[in-house]
Structures are given as C-alpha cells and as structure tokens.
Unconditional design. Sequence first.
Length: 432
Amino acid sequence: MTRIDVEEYVRQAVPKPGEEQDRFREALGNKWKASAGLFERENLGRLISPDAIRRALVGMRLEPAEYAPAMEAITRRVAEDPMFGRLWEHCWYLAYRFEPLDRWSAERWQPFERFLGEDAGEFFLSVLLSHYDCLMEFVKARSIPIEVVEATLVAQVSERLRKDTARAGRPCLGSSGLTWLSYHLAGKVFRLGRLVYTPRPFEGKLTLYRNRESGETIAVPTSGLKFRRDGQFDGAGGRSDPEGVWTSRIRQDGNTLVSNAWISPHGCARQEDIRLDLTVWEAVLEPGDQTIEFHIPGGEPLDQAACGESFRWSLKFFARHFPEITPRAIHVGTWLLDPQLQDMLPATSNLVRFQREMYLYPVDYGAGGERHILGSDYNSLDDAPQRTALQRSVIRHLRAGGHMMGAGGILLADDVVSGCWGTQRYINTAGP
C-alpha cells in the first residue's frame, strides 16, 4: 500500500483550503502513521478476496449475487487506486484497531463519505465485511457457539445492511452504522436471546452502595455534578435551570461518607443530606468497574421473562467464554428508560415493568429523544404521528412544555444470580 504523508493526502483529497479540508484532516486524526503499512503487516488483501467476501455474505445470510460484484469492484479499486486503497487501509484501522472516545458518533466517517461520494456505502460495507474471517477465528478460539454468532450477525448486522441497501438501491452501509456494526464483526457484541451485550467499564457518574446487614441499596452521585431542581443533569434533554441548579458535594470523614445528595432508583438525584457508615455500607459498583452493557433491539416485545432469561444467560456466557471478565453489574443508558414514560404508559406495560426492575439513574441525554417515538418525518407537533397511545401521550407532554430524555439502568450481577429479576428489588430496598 502506498505510503503518503497525511498533509499530502489531505491536499490531494480536498485541494481547496477551507472548512471542508480541515474536517477531512481532523477525520484522518493522529492515527495516520499508525495505520500506514497495515495492509501488508496484517495481509488485509486476504480479507477482501472474492472467496473471503463470499464467506462473509453466506455466513451473514446475505445474497452473494446481490452484494459480491460490488464488493469485488471495491477490492480491485483498493489494489489499483493508491488514494482509495490508503483510505481503505486507514478506515480498517479505525474500525478494528482503534477505540474512539465517542462510540456512537458517525462524524468521523462523514468527511470520508463526502470525499467518496456515491461509492461511500460500498466502501464502508467492504470495510465491515472484511473482518468476518477474523471473527470466525476469534469465536473458534473462544469456543463460542456458532448459533450465537449467527444470531448476532443476522439479527443485528444483516438486517441493517438490507435496510441501507434497499434505501440506496445498491449494496450499502451508511456511515452512521459502521462503528457500532464493526463491534459485532470484531467479536465485542453478542445477542443472547432478547438482548444484546458488550463488555464495558461502567461510565455512570455515581457509586452504588449496599448495606451489608440489611441489603438496602443506595446510589451516591460523583462530587461536582450539576443538577436541575427535578434531579436531572442540568442540560439533559436540552433543558437548563439557571436559577435552580445545584451541585453534588461529597466528602469522607473517617469511616463516614457525607453527601448532600443521593440518587433515587426512580432515576433522579435528590438534594438531601446523607451519611453512610462505610463499615456497614460497601461500594458494590464504581466508575470504571467492569460491567456488561446491554442494548435493546427493536421489533420484539420487551417480555419480562425473556429479558430475565437473557440477563442470566449473559453472565453465564461471559463467565465461560471470557473468563478474564468479572462484571459487577449489567447496565445500559437509553431513551427507553426515560422515567417519564411511566406516567405515559399503563403500569402493566412491558416497558414500565422493565424500568421498575432496574436502579435508574440520570444521564446527560441530549435533546430530541421524542424522535425515537415520533420518528423524524414531521415538521411540527400538528403533523406528528399519533397512531399509538404512547405517541399521543408524548405529544401532549411536549405541548405542555415538557421534554423527553433518557436514563441509565443498573442490575447488580449478584442480584441477577440470586433471582432478583421480577421482584423490583431496588425500588423496594433503596434509600438512605
């Protein structure tokens, strides 16, 4: 693969100085040198050979006749076009050898998308599929059942590729999906029954304590966080509360933790003084602790029994196939845990029952959460869809000046093992 200085590459790719050139340079980032020569070092050519691509398509239940010709054309261009091939090499590095700070942002791919034009979707799809053989080697070494791999790829990845391809009218992966889907091809994400899991350090801004004697649980926010009067982060959901904002403060006095706030399992911070005797209260989850992050695929009911079975399976799965991982909890941050939804749905609904099984906590969720419920194909609330009771409730909430947000949710691993799912343990045993 051709070696070329990053500045020279930028000037050739985007000749005109200005904002577009600056964005392209920033997207290449400071890993340009690290990715140089990767094609030869890891023999990436074998991963995008016609045979390798066809194995990936067959394994992911995608029709080779529909996808293979376009992928083979990308392979030829990687070999023949030095600029194209060098960018493919660099994007492969970013997808499979680099962990971005923001796992969800597609912004780093967008300058490449503009540069590649109509070839972008096929380019990103080639990068994605090229790791299939590596995945097969990885799961074999870990003795991971092929049924789990197939369920993960077919349900999570192939379905997205079919949608992007149908939308584009040609084989395609949109830039917004490359980072997340590459985790599936890298063996970092697995679908286990109803839910999807990936090992992650805990990123919540709190410490969860449990009383050794009573079993009670309480979450204490990290010091220095700014909350609104409603107990949500100031700025969450795009809303600020300049007059009512307050800051969490924590100190340790000997064996006593002193805090001006605690977090209710209903998902809000409460500005109330608490004192915890640390000889009795044990920290059972702290920022940076190993956890399993889960995600909730759409298209199926959030059945409580199926979710409980999936949670239990996840702990057994990672204990067997990733013994170096000892998760202290299972957790997620999502719009689906917005505690306001409990006021919009019946208490018997699957989502409300799901929320009430978890220890909810505030997250700094951006504005626009209603789009997950209402979609984006409307200009104002007057023409927003009102097909479901939830959509109608959300519109009433927004008309009244409300906003949608998200929340985090925690299940301690020990509680899953002991059978707490279905008992609403945290809302029944939490408090100072």
